[in-house]
Write a protein that binds this ligand. Structure first.
Ligand code: AP5
Ligand code: MG
Length: 193
């Protein structure tokens, strides 16, 4: 069976997960999976998943775990059979302990491993500055506030979860894009060495 590696990006809204995942996919032979992008695409195309997910995404709440776990499961299973990919960058998954446990089970079942969990640590002020300048549908101030609250309550506990497994690396996400990506490259080099 072919071996796949996983890189996980954790961090609050606007911390640069998508930006850094794109930079890395261009350098490594990895696929970038952004659950948020996938959900927005489904909402625009009005698919069954889009219809189910829409009210959650539009209010800044998390889409129920069952839906997201199923989505992830089929994506990983499909990719496992593709011979030309070395790994997957997970941007925005897992976001709950339930999702992290489901991923852990899937990973055991497939006999693959998590290379690193990269946590982009960023100040609330910098989040507000960045998202104000972007203007996605869920970037309205009251929705940003809710996304941040949801992050603190439901996703932040994952930092401890991955720390316990010695997989967590925290990066100062307030830095410039290139300083953040240099810090990530240094961490990944150290993992390989
Ligand atoms: P998702 O799309 O993942 O949104 P998010 O986590 O809120 O994060 P963003 O995409 O806003 O930010 P990012 O960290 O990717 O930063 P980016 O690189 O864009 O999720 C959206 C919704 O989908 C959720 O609210 C939920 O409803 C649902 N969902 C998704 N995953 C789910 C899951 N697992 N379970 C359940 N529901 C789920 O950067 C932001 C901006 O800053 C950009 O304009 C960028 O150009 C700029 N920027 C980036 N880096 C820098 C830098 N270093 N310096 C200056 N500017 C920078
Ligand atoms: Mg993103």
């Amino acid at each position: 069976m072919k071996s796949l590696e996983f890189l996980i990006f954790l961090g609050p809204p606007g911390s640069g997960k998508g930006t850094q995942a794109e930079i890395l996919t261009n350098k490594l032979n990895f696929i970038h999976l952004s659950i948020g992008d996938l959900l927005r695409e489904n909402i625009v195309n009005n698919t069954e998943l889009g219809k189910l997910a829409s009210k959650y995404v539009k209010s800044g709440e998390l889409v129920p775990d069952e839906l997201i776990i199923d989505l992830m499961d089929s994506f990983i299973t499909e990719l496992k059979n593709e011979s030309n990919v070395s790994g997957i960058i997970l941007d925005g998954f897992p976001r709950t302990i339930n999702q992290a446990t489901a991923l852990e089970n899937k990973i055991k079942q497939l006999n693959v491993n998590i290379k690193a969990v990269l946590n982009l640590d960023i100040s609330d002020q910098e989040i507000l500055n960045r998202l104000a300048g972007r203007g996605r549908e869920d970037d309205k101030p009251e929705l940003i506030k809710n996304r941040l609250k949801v992050y603190r309550n439901q996703t932040e506990p994952l930092l401890e979860f991955y720390k316990e497994r010695s997989l967590l690396d925290t990066i100062d996400g307030d830095q410039s894009e290139s300083d953040v990506s240099n810090a990530i490259f240094n961490i990944l080099k150290a993992e390989v060495a």
